[in-house]
Design a protein around this ligand. Structure first.
Ligand SMILES: Cc1cc2nc3c(=O)[nH]c(=O)nc-3n(C[C@H](O)[C@H](O)[C@H](O)COP(=O)(O)O)c2cc1C
Length: 203
């Protein structure tokens, strides 16, 4: 692969939200997870954890619980009932329509501990940054396999619900989920801010 190929590869990853029903071989899923673990992490503690959901019954149960929590939040926002139902249906369908759902968690148990709030907060931030690196690497690894995926942030808004729904350790804090599958279509590139808009080059 040339530099240009690699640059094009990085620039052609898109968030994919509609998938073919085709199953993804287990070996491919394991390979993607393995590649994700090559992401850099603070102190190389690798605080990322993954929960893989393939079984339609598990995904459907998970989708229902996420929708319940989402509904409570939307009701607090006083949205009209039909708008709430529309969003809940879309949320459920997106989860159940993805051949694979991978939940990304962060586990603080092997990170450094500090007595003061400032450093505790900083350590938590670097752990979640590390987990996010693995998430990004996972999406790129999926892209390399011809799969599409999207990062979905809802689990971070429903951490306890997700932990009890999936019966996972309280030390695994949900951060995101990835919906993965073979893409139905590749969306057009969403506009990017220019380098000049987002950067300052100091003398
Ligand atoms: C932290 C994070 C949270 C995101 N959450 C969602 C989400 O909840 N739902 C969704 O459809 N896309 C979500 N996305 C995907 C973004 O919408 C997408 O990356 C952005 O629009 C740029 O499009 P592209 O990925 O195709 O380049 C998220 C992306 C990131 C990095």
């Amino acid at each position: 692969m040339t530099n240009t190929d690699l640059r094009d590869f990085l620039r052609t990853r898109r968030s994919i939200r509609r998938f073919k029903p085709d199953p993804i071989p287990d070996s491919v899923i394991r390979d993607i997870l393995h590649t994700a673990t090559f992401a850099p992490s603070a102190h190389n503690r690798q605080p990322w954890r993954f929960i893989v959901m393939i079984n339609p019954v598990t995904k459907s149960h998970f989708a229902d619980l996420m929708a319940d929590e989402f509904q409570r939040d939307l009701e607090k926002d006083n949205l009209p009932p039909e708008e709430i139902q529309k969003r809940l249906t879309r949320s459920r369908e997106r989860i159940t329509g993805a051949p694979i759902v991978i939940l990304l968690c962060v586990d603080m148990t092997e990170m450094d501990t500090y007595p003061d709030t400032r450093r505790k907060k900083a350590e938590y931030i670097i752990a979640t940054q590390s987990a996010a690196n693995a998430g990004m690497q996972l999406l790129l690894a999926a892209h390399a396999e011809g799969l599409g995926g999207v990062w979905v942030c809802s689990p971070v808004f429903a951490q306890e619900t997700v932990q009890s729904a999936l019966n996972i350790s309280k030390t695994w804090e949900p951060q995101a989920m990835f919906l993965l599958g073979y893409p139905v279509e590749i969306p057009v590139v969403r506009e990017r801010k220019s380098v000049d808009e987002i950067s300052i080059f100091l003398d």
